[in-house]
Design a protein around this ligand. Structure first.
Ligand SMILES: CC(C)(COP(=O)(O)OP(=O)(O)OC[C@H]1O[C@@H](n2cnc3c(N)ncnc32)[C@H](O)[C@@H]1OP(=O)(O)O)[C@@H](O)C(=O)NCCC(=O)NCCS
Length: 126
C-alpha cells in the first residue's frame, strides 16, 4: 500500500462512567476507518464498532487498527478478558487472532408507535 496510513488513539474523557477508547485510521487527516474498546466491569474489555470506509476496504486497515489496539491491551490489560460481537466480515480476523466463537445473535427491529391518549390499546370485553 503506497498511502501513509496513520493511527490516532483517542483516549476516554477520564470520567469513570464512560470508558471508551477509539483508534482512528487517517490519511492526510481524513478518517478512513476506526475501531473502539469499552472498559467494563469484572476485568472485561469489549471490542466494538469496527468500520473502514468503502473505498479503503481490503487494504489491511482493519488489521492495522486491530493490531494497534491489541498491543495496547497487552500492555495495559494483561489478565483481563476481551470479547466482541462480530459480523461476518469482522469474524475471520478475530478467529485468526485466537478468539473462540460463542453465542450468535439475531438482528430484530420494530417501529415505535405513538402511545394513544388512553394508553396502550387493550381489548375490554365488558
Ligand atoms: C469489517 C471491516 C471493518 C474490515 O475492514 P478492512 O480494512 O477491509 O479489513 P482488512 O483489509 O484489514 O482485512 C482484515 C481481515 O478481515 C477479514 N475480512 C475483511 N473483509 C472481509 C470480507 N468482506 N469478508 C470476509 N472477511 C473479511 C479477513 O480475514 C481479512 O484478512 P485477509 O485480508 O488476510 O483475508 C469493513 O469491511 C467494514 O467496515 N465493514 C462494515 C462494518 C462492519 O461490518 N463492521 C464490523 C462490526 S462488528
Amino acid at each position: 500500500m503506497n498511502h501513509d496510513i496513520k493511527i490516532l488513539h483517542v483516549l476516554p474523557s477520564g470520567t469513570r462512567q464512560y470508558c471508551m477508547h477509539g483508534w482512528v485510521a487517517h490519511v492526510d487527516n481524513i478518517c478512513v476507518g476506526h475501531i473502539h474498546m469499552l472498559i467494563e466491569a469484572n476485568d472485561r474489555v469489549k471490542f466494538l464498532d469496527a468500520w473502514v470506509h468503502d473505498d479503503w476496504r481490503r487494504k489491511g486497515i482493519f488489521r492495522k487498527l486491530w493490531d494497534t489496539r491489541w498491543k495496547f491491551v497487552q500492555e495495559n490489560f494483561s489478565g483481563w478478558k476481551a470479547y466482541a460481537w462480530c459480523k461476518p466480515m469482522s469474524l475471520p480476523l478475530l478467529l485468526e487472532k485466537g478468539f473462540t466463537p460463542g453465542d450468535s445473535s439475531v438482528y430484530v427491529e420494530k417501529e415505535i408507535e405513538e402511545k394513544g391518549p388512553y394508553g396502550p390499546n387493550c381489548f375490554v370485553s365488558c
